[in-house]
Ligand binder design. Structure first.
Ligand code: KG4
Ligand code: ZN
Length: 344
Protein backbone atom coordinates (compact mmCIF):
# COMPACT_ATOMS: atom_id res chain seq x y z
CA UNK A 1 0.00 0.00 0.00
CA UNK A 2 1.41 3.37 -1.05
CA UNK A 3 0.32 6.35 1.02
CA UNK A 4 0.75 10.08 0.52
CA UNK A 5 1.14 11.96 3.82
CA UNK A 6 0.41 15.67 4.15
CA UNK A 7 1.34 17.85 7.14
CA UNK A 8 0.13 21.47 7.39
CA UNK A 9 -0.77 21.94 11.06
CA UNK A 10 1.56 24.85 11.76
CA UNK A 11 4.43 26.51 9.89
CA UNK A 12 5.81 23.61 7.88
CA UNK A 13 4.36 22.16 4.68
CA UNK A 14 5.44 18.51 4.65
CA UNK A 15 4.62 15.76 2.16
CA UNK A 16 5.89 12.18 1.92
CA UNK A 17 5.18 8.86 0.25
CA UNK A 18 5.32 5.79 2.47
CA UNK A 19 5.02 2.29 1.07
CA UNK A 20 3.99 -0.40 3.56
CA UNK A 21 6.26 -2.91 1.82
CA UNK A 22 9.21 -0.76 0.84
CA UNK A 23 9.23 1.90 3.57
CA UNK A 24 9.61 5.63 3.08
CA UNK A 25 10.08 6.42 -0.62
CA UNK A 26 10.60 10.18 -0.36
CA UNK A 27 9.70 13.21 1.69
CA UNK A 28 9.77 16.91 1.08
CA UNK A 29 9.46 19.85 3.43
CA UNK A 30 9.01 23.56 3.09
CA UNK A 31 9.59 25.57 6.24
CA UNK A 32 7.96 28.98 6.65
CA UNK A 33 10.51 30.07 9.26
CA UNK A 34 11.63 33.13 7.28
CA UNK A 35 8.05 34.21 6.69
CA UNK A 36 7.29 34.37 10.41
CA UNK A 37 10.73 35.39 11.70
CA UNK A 38 9.97 39.14 11.66
CA UNK A 39 6.94 38.55 13.87
CA UNK A 40 8.76 36.41 16.45
CA UNK A 41 6.24 33.59 16.09
CA UNK A 42 3.77 31.95 13.72
CA UNK A 43 1.09 34.23 12.21
CA UNK A 44 -1.81 31.84 11.51
CA UNK A 45 -3.28 33.64 8.47
CA UNK A 46 0.12 33.91 6.77
CA UNK A 47 0.76 30.24 7.51
CA UNK A 48 -2.49 29.12 5.85
CA UNK A 49 -1.87 31.21 2.74
CA UNK A 50 1.66 29.90 2.37
CA UNK A 51 0.52 26.27 2.67
CA UNK A 52 -1.87 26.98 -0.24
CA UNK A 53 0.99 28.38 -2.31
CA UNK A 54 3.47 25.60 -1.59
CA UNK A 55 1.52 22.37 -1.44
CA UNK A 56 1.18 21.64 -5.18
CA UNK A 57 4.80 22.44 -6.21
CA UNK A 58 6.00 20.45 -3.22
CA UNK A 59 3.86 17.45 -4.19
CA UNK A 60 5.18 17.58 -7.77
CA UNK A 61 8.79 17.52 -6.52
CA UNK A 62 7.99 14.74 -4.12
CA UNK A 63 6.44 12.44 -6.72
CA UNK A 64 9.36 13.01 -9.09
CA UNK A 65 11.83 12.23 -6.26
CA UNK A 66 9.90 9.14 -5.19
CA UNK A 67 9.72 7.85 -8.76
CA UNK A 68 5.97 7.42 -8.42
CA UNK A 69 2.81 8.96 -9.83
CA UNK A 70 -0.55 9.94 -8.38
CA UNK A 71 -2.09 6.85 -10.02
CA UNK A 72 0.10 4.60 -7.90
CA UNK A 73 -1.21 6.01 -4.60
CA UNK A 74 -3.50 3.74 -2.57
CA UNK A 75 -4.50 6.32 0.02
CA UNK A 76 -3.99 9.83 1.36
CA UNK A 77 -3.30 10.77 4.98
CA UNK A 78 -3.41 14.33 6.21
CA UNK A 79 -3.03 15.98 9.61
CA UNK A 80 -6.55 16.67 10.91
CA UNK A 81 -5.47 18.20 14.25
CA UNK A 82 -4.40 19.50 16.66
CA UNK A 83 -3.01 22.70 15.18
CA UNK A 84 -4.00 26.01 13.60
CA UNK A 85 -7.51 25.70 12.14
CA UNK A 86 -6.81 27.48 8.84
CA UNK A 87 -3.51 25.72 8.28
CA UNK A 88 -5.05 22.31 9.02
CA UNK A 89 -7.91 23.09 6.66
CA UNK A 90 -5.51 23.55 3.73
CA UNK A 91 -4.05 20.05 4.12
CA UNK A 92 -7.42 18.49 4.87
CA UNK A 93 -9.23 20.02 1.89
CA UNK A 94 -6.32 19.23 -0.42
CA UNK A 95 -5.84 15.68 0.87
CA UNK A 96 -9.52 14.75 0.99
CA UNK A 97 -10.19 16.18 -2.47
CA UNK A 98 -7.17 14.51 -4.03
CA UNK A 99 -8.21 11.15 -2.56
CA UNK A 100 -11.71 11.62 -3.92
CA UNK A 101 -10.39 12.48 -7.39
CA UNK A 102 -8.11 9.42 -7.36
CA UNK A 103 -10.81 7.13 -5.99
CA UNK A 104 -8.72 6.09 -2.97
CA UNK A 105 -9.47 6.33 0.79
CA UNK A 106 -8.38 9.30 2.90
CA UNK A 107 -7.67 9.38 6.60
CA UNK A 108 -7.25 12.31 9.02
CA UNK A 109 -4.25 11.79 11.32
CA UNK A 110 -3.60 13.12 14.83
CA UNK A 111 -0.44 15.23 14.61
CA UNK A 112 0.93 13.96 17.93
CA UNK A 113 0.29 10.35 16.94
CA UNK A 114 2.44 11.14 13.92
CA UNK A 115 5.24 12.39 16.19
CA UNK A 116 4.82 9.45 18.53
CA UNK A 117 5.12 6.84 15.78
CA UNK A 118 7.95 8.60 13.89
CA UNK A 119 10.66 6.43 15.57
CA UNK A 120 8.97 3.42 13.94
CA UNK A 121 10.24 4.65 10.57
CA UNK A 122 13.77 3.78 11.73
CA UNK A 123 15.69 0.56 11.01
CA UNK A 124 15.27 -0.77 14.57
CA UNK A 125 11.87 0.41 15.72
CA UNK A 126 10.79 0.11 19.38
CA UNK A 127 8.56 -2.82 20.35
CA UNK A 128 5.40 -2.25 22.40
CA UNK A 129 4.88 -1.42 25.19
CA UNK A 130 6.98 1.70 25.55
CA UNK A 131 6.95 4.95 27.46
CA UNK A 132 6.73 7.99 25.21
CA UNK A 133 7.87 11.50 26.00
CA UNK A 134 6.25 13.87 23.53
CA UNK A 135 7.90 17.25 23.60
CA UNK A 136 6.88 19.79 20.98
CA UNK A 137 5.96 23.46 20.75
CA UNK A 138 2.42 22.76 21.94
CA UNK A 139 2.66 19.55 23.97
CA UNK A 140 4.60 17.96 26.80
CA UNK A 141 3.20 14.55 27.60
CA UNK A 142 4.32 11.25 29.06
CA UNK A 143 2.37 8.22 27.89
CA UNK A 144 2.40 4.52 28.17
CA UNK A 145 1.94 3.10 24.68
CA UNK A 146 0.65 -0.48 24.46
CA UNK A 147 0.08 -0.46 20.71
CA UNK A 148 -0.98 1.86 17.92
CA UNK A 149 -3.92 3.88 19.21
CA UNK A 150 -3.54 2.45 22.72
CA UNK A 151 -2.26 5.49 24.57
CA UNK A 152 -2.50 6.03 28.32
CA UNK A 153 -1.65 9.49 29.54
CA UNK A 154 0.71 9.34 32.53
CA UNK A 155 1.41 13.04 32.87
CA UNK A 156 1.46 16.33 31.00
CA UNK A 157 2.35 19.98 31.38
CA UNK A 158 -0.12 21.94 33.44
CA UNK A 159 1.00 25.17 31.75
CA UNK A 160 3.63 25.84 29.05
CA UNK A 161 4.92 23.07 26.78
CA UNK A 162 8.67 22.37 26.86
CA UNK A 163 9.21 23.75 23.34
CA UNK A 164 7.12 26.80 24.23
CA UNK A 165 9.40 27.44 27.23
CA UNK A 166 12.44 27.29 24.93
CA UNK A 167 10.71 29.67 22.51
CA UNK A 168 9.76 32.15 25.26
CA UNK A 169 13.24 32.12 26.78
CA UNK A 170 14.64 32.71 23.29
CA UNK A 171 12.42 35.77 22.96
CA UNK A 172 13.63 37.11 26.32
CA UNK A 173 17.21 36.63 25.13
CA UNK A 174 16.31 38.34 21.83
CA UNK A 175 17.17 35.24 19.81
CA UNK A 176 15.61 34.26 16.52
CA UNK A 177 12.43 32.22 16.13
CA UNK A 178 12.16 29.24 16.44
CA UNK A 179 13.78 29.49 19.83
CA UNK A 180 14.74 25.92 20.74
CA UNK A 181 17.71 25.49 18.43
CA UNK A 182 18.83 29.11 19.09
CA UNK A 183 18.81 28.66 22.89
CA UNK A 184 20.64 25.34 22.54
CA UNK A 185 23.31 26.95 20.36
CA UNK A 186 23.85 29.91 22.71
CA UNK A 187 23.97 27.50 25.67
CA UNK A 188 26.99 25.73 24.16
CA UNK A 189 29.18 28.66 25.20
CA UNK A 190 27.55 29.15 28.61
CA UNK A 191 28.04 27.96 32.17
CA UNK A 192 25.05 25.82 33.15
CA UNK A 193 25.88 26.08 36.86
CA UNK A 194 25.91 29.90 36.94
CA UNK A 195 22.17 30.19 37.70
CA UNK A 196 20.36 27.65 39.90
CA UNK A 197 16.98 27.63 38.16
CA UNK A 198 14.15 25.56 39.67
CA UNK A 199 13.30 22.02 38.54
CA UNK A 200 9.52 22.43 38.73
CA UNK A 201 7.29 19.65 40.15
CA UNK A 202 10.16 17.32 40.98
CA UNK A 203 9.51 17.65 44.69
CA UNK A 204 5.97 16.33 44.23
CA UNK A 205 4.82 12.84 43.29
CA UNK A 206 3.29 12.30 39.87
CA UNK A 207 4.32 12.75 36.28
CA UNK A 208 2.95 16.18 35.42
CA UNK A 209 5.20 19.01 34.30
CA UNK A 210 5.16 22.78 34.76
CA UNK A 211 7.44 25.16 32.91
CA UNK A 212 5.97 28.58 33.61
CA UNK A 213 7.80 29.01 36.96
CA UNK A 214 11.09 28.20 35.29
CA UNK A 215 10.33 30.81 32.63
CA UNK A 216 9.62 33.42 35.34
CA UNK A 217 12.91 32.59 37.10
CA UNK A 218 14.75 33.15 33.83
CA UNK A 219 13.00 36.49 33.41
CA UNK A 220 13.98 37.54 36.96
CA UNK A 221 17.60 36.49 36.48
CA UNK A 222 17.75 38.48 33.28
CA UNK A 223 16.38 41.59 34.97
CA UNK A 224 18.26 41.46 38.25
CA UNK A 225 21.71 40.26 37.18
CA UNK A 226 24.10 42.97 36.13
CA UNK A 227 25.31 42.71 32.56
CA UNK A 228 28.52 40.84 31.82
CA UNK A 229 29.71 39.40 28.49
CA UNK A 230 28.67 35.81 29.13
CA UNK A 231 25.34 36.57 30.81
CA UNK A 232 22.99 35.50 27.99
CA UNK A 233 24.94 32.30 27.30
CA UNK A 234 24.99 31.42 31.02
CA UNK A 235 21.24 32.02 31.30
CA UNK A 236 20.57 29.90 28.19
CA UNK A 237 22.78 27.09 29.50
CA UNK A 238 21.30 27.17 33.00
CA UNK A 239 17.75 27.23 31.61
CA UNK A 240 18.45 24.33 29.24
CA UNK A 241 20.00 22.32 32.08
CA UNK A 242 16.91 22.87 34.28
CA UNK A 243 14.45 21.98 31.49
CA UNK A 244 16.40 18.88 30.45
CA UNK A 245 16.90 17.72 34.04
CA UNK A 246 13.17 18.02 34.68
CA UNK A 247 12.26 16.07 31.54
CA UNK A 248 14.84 13.38 32.22
CA UNK A 249 13.86 12.85 35.83
CA UNK A 250 10.17 12.56 34.98
CA UNK A 251 11.02 9.96 32.31
CA UNK A 252 13.05 8.09 34.91
CA UNK A 253 10.08 8.14 37.28
CA UNK A 254 7.76 6.86 34.52
CA UNK A 255 10.12 3.95 33.71
CA UNK A 256 10.41 3.06 37.40
CA UNK A 257 6.67 3.28 38.09
CA UNK A 258 5.62 1.21 35.07
CA UNK A 259 8.53 -1.22 34.90
CA UNK A 260 8.67 -0.62 31.12
CA UNK A 261 12.22 -0.63 29.75
CA UNK A 262 11.77 1.24 26.47
CA UNK A 263 11.55 5.01 26.11
CA UNK A 264 10.54 6.82 22.93
CA UNK A 265 11.18 10.56 22.63
CA UNK A 266 9.54 12.53 19.84
CA UNK A 267 8.50 16.07 18.87
CA UNK A 268 10.69 19.08 18.10
CA UNK A 269 12.49 19.20 21.47
CA UNK A 270 13.68 15.60 20.96
CA UNK A 271 16.29 17.13 18.63
CA UNK A 272 17.95 18.74 21.67
CA UNK A 273 21.46 17.33 22.16
CA UNK A 274 21.67 17.86 25.91
CA UNK A 275 18.32 16.08 26.35
CA UNK A 276 19.65 13.14 24.33
CA UNK A 277 22.82 12.96 26.43
CA UNK A 278 20.85 13.11 29.69
CA UNK A 279 18.41 10.42 28.56
CA UNK A 280 21.22 8.18 27.33
CA UNK A 281 22.82 8.30 30.79
CA UNK A 282 19.54 7.85 32.63
CA UNK A 283 18.33 4.90 30.51
CA UNK A 284 21.76 3.22 30.76
CA UNK A 285 21.44 3.32 34.57
CA UNK A 286 18.09 1.53 34.30
CA UNK A 287 19.16 -0.89 31.56
CA UNK A 288 16.49 0.63 29.35
CA UNK A 289 16.64 1.56 25.66
CA UNK A 290 15.83 4.96 24.22
CA UNK A 291 14.51 5.56 20.70
CA UNK A 292 14.28 8.74 18.62
CA UNK A 293 13.08 9.65 15.16
CA UNK A 294 15.86 10.54 12.68
CA UNK A 295 16.65 14.26 13.08
CA UNK A 296 14.60 15.45 10.05
CA UNK A 297 11.58 13.65 11.53
CA UNK A 298 11.85 15.13 15.05
CA UNK A 299 10.21 18.36 13.96
CA UNK A 300 7.08 18.54 11.81
CA UNK A 301 7.19 16.51 8.59
CA UNK A 302 5.00 14.58 6.15
CA UNK A 303 6.68 11.20 6.67
CA UNK A 304 5.28 10.72 10.17
CA UNK A 305 1.76 11.51 8.89
CA UNK A 306 2.13 9.08 5.96
CA UNK A 307 3.31 6.36 8.37
CA UNK A 308 0.60 6.90 11.00
CA UNK A 309 -2.06 7.18 8.29
CA UNK A 310 -0.85 3.96 6.64
CA UNK A 311 -1.40 2.04 9.90
CA UNK A 312 -5.01 3.23 10.03
CA UNK A 313 -5.71 2.76 6.33
CA UNK A 314 -4.29 -0.77 6.50
CA UNK A 315 -6.85 -1.51 9.21
CA UNK A 316 -9.61 -0.30 6.90
CA UNK A 317 -10.24 3.09 8.50
CA UNK A 318 -11.27 5.94 6.25
CA UNK A 319 -12.98 9.31 6.37
CA UNK A 320 -16.42 9.99 4.95
CA UNK A 321 -16.96 12.76 2.42
CA UNK A 322 -17.14 15.53 5.03
CA UNK A 323 -13.95 17.49 5.62
CA UNK A 324 -13.36 18.21 9.28
CA UNK A 325 -10.36 19.33 11.30
CA UNK A 326 -9.93 19.33 15.07
CA UNK A 327 -7.69 22.23 16.20
CA UNK A 328 -8.04 20.86 19.74
CA UNK A 329 -7.97 17.08 19.85
CA UNK A 330 -6.91 15.24 23.01
CA UNK A 331 -4.73 12.28 22.13
CA UNK A 332 -6.63 10.14 24.61
CA UNK A 333 -9.65 10.37 22.23
CA UNK A 334 -7.76 8.11 19.81
CA UNK A 335 -8.51 4.42 19.58
CA UNK A 336 -6.77 1.36 18.21
CA UNK A 337 -7.04 1.19 14.37
CA UNK A 338 -10.18 -0.41 13.09
CA UNK A 339 -11.92 -0.23 16.46
CA UNK A 340 -14.77 2.30 16.75
CA UNK A 341 -14.55 5.03 19.36
CA UNK A 342 -16.06 4.02 22.67
CA UNK A 343 -19.32 5.87 23.31
CA UNK A 344 -18.85 8.75 25.71
O1 KG4 B 1 7.20 19.22 16.83
P1 KG4 B 1 7.49 20.59 16.39
O2 KG4 B 1 8.27 20.81 15.13
O3 KG4 B 1 6.19 21.41 16.20
C1 KG4 B 1 5.08 21.27 17.04
O4 KG4 B 1 4.29 20.32 16.81
O5 KG4 B 1 5.01 22.09 17.99
O6 KG4 B 1 8.23 21.30 17.63
C2 KG4 B 1 8.67 22.62 17.55
C3 KG4 B 1 9.27 22.98 18.90
C4 KG4 B 1 9.61 24.46 19.01
O7 KG4 B 1 9.13 24.92 20.26
C5 KG4 B 1 11.13 24.48 18.93
O8 KG4 B 1 11.69 25.58 19.62
C6 KG4 B 1 11.48 23.16 19.59
O9 KG4 B 1 10.51 22.25 19.11
N1 KG4 B 1 12.83 22.69 19.22
C7 KG4 B 1 13.86 22.55 20.10
C8 KG4 B 1 14.99 22.13 19.34
N2 KG4 B 1 14.60 22.00 18.04
C9 KG4 B 1 13.28 22.34 17.98
N3 KG4 B 1 13.92 22.78 21.42
C10 KG4 B 1 15.10 22.57 22.04
N4 KG4 B 1 16.22 22.18 21.39
C11 KG4 B 1 16.22 21.94 20.05
N5 KG4 B 1 17.33 21.55 19.43
ZN1 ZN C 1 4.72 18.89 15.74
Amino acid sequence: MRILGIETSCDETGVAVYDTERGLLAHSLYSQIELHADYGGVVPELASRDHVRKIIPLLRDLLAGAGTTLDELDGVAYTAGPGLAGALMVGAVFGRTLAWALGVPAVGVHHMEGHLLAPMLEASPPAFPFIALLVSGGHTQLMRVDGIGRYHLLGESIDDAAGEAFDKVAKMLKLDYPGGPAVAKLAEGGDATRFAFPRPMLDRPGLDFSFSGLKTSVMNALRTTEDYPQKSADIAASFQAAAVDTLSRKCERALKETGVRRLVVAGGVSANKLLRTALAQMTARHKADVFYPALPFCTDNGAMIAFAGAQRLLAGEKEGMGITVRPRWPMTDLHAPGRPLAAK
